[in-house]
Design a protein around this ligand. Structure first.
Ligand code: FES
Ligand code: FES
Length: 151
């Protein structure tokens, strides 16, 4: 089936299998590999994207469900060659080690700060509770979100 959507402000289309995930379509058909595939079960958050402005796990959404909708991936947060303030905050705080979880955490943080510009630590922990990191121990990530919130 043909799926047509807007990704990061650009028209996009692909022929997809009916049961195909949005994550697979993004990575393998549409040329957006920034969203990572770690669990494919909605457990890790590495595939987080904004679908019509709502945070979702792209591995749990069918590509067909995104037909006609608006998608923002980590690639679309900043202009080409630039960094979003949240990405800068992650780099400056040392919140990136292997980096596999980072795109999902950045998208989830952007979503949090758009809804709650000055979150408490409890709100940060709650908002990022669906994003797993196996490297950092989370403290640097919390520092990064606190710093980003001030920008
Ligand atoms: S790959 Fe989607 S939640 Fe883990
Ligand atoms: S930096 Fe490696 S999983 Fe988070």
């Amino acid at each position: 089936m043909r799926v047509e959507l807007r990704v990061n402000g650009l028209e996009a289309a692909a022929e997809c299998w009916e049961g195909e995930s949005l994550l697979y379509a993004l990575r393998e058909r549409l040329g957006y590999p920034g969203s990572k595939n770690a669990c494919e079960q909605g457990e890790c958050g590495s595939c987080s994207v904004l679908l019509d402005g709502r945070l979702v796990c792209a591995c749990l959404v069918l590509a067909a469900q995104a037909d006609g909708h608006e998608l923002t991936t980590v690639e679309g947060l900043a202009p080409p060659g630039g960094l979003h303030p949240v990405q800068e905050a992650f780099l400056e705080a040392g919140a990136v080690q292997c980096g596999f979880c980072t795109p999902g955490l950045v998208v989830a943080t952007v979503d949090l700060l758009e809804r709650t510009p000055h979150p408490s630590d409890a709100e940060i922990r709650e908002a990022l509770s669906g994003n797993l990191c196996r490297c950092t121990g989370y403290e640097k990530i919390l520092d990064a979100v606190r710093n980003a919130a001030g920008r």
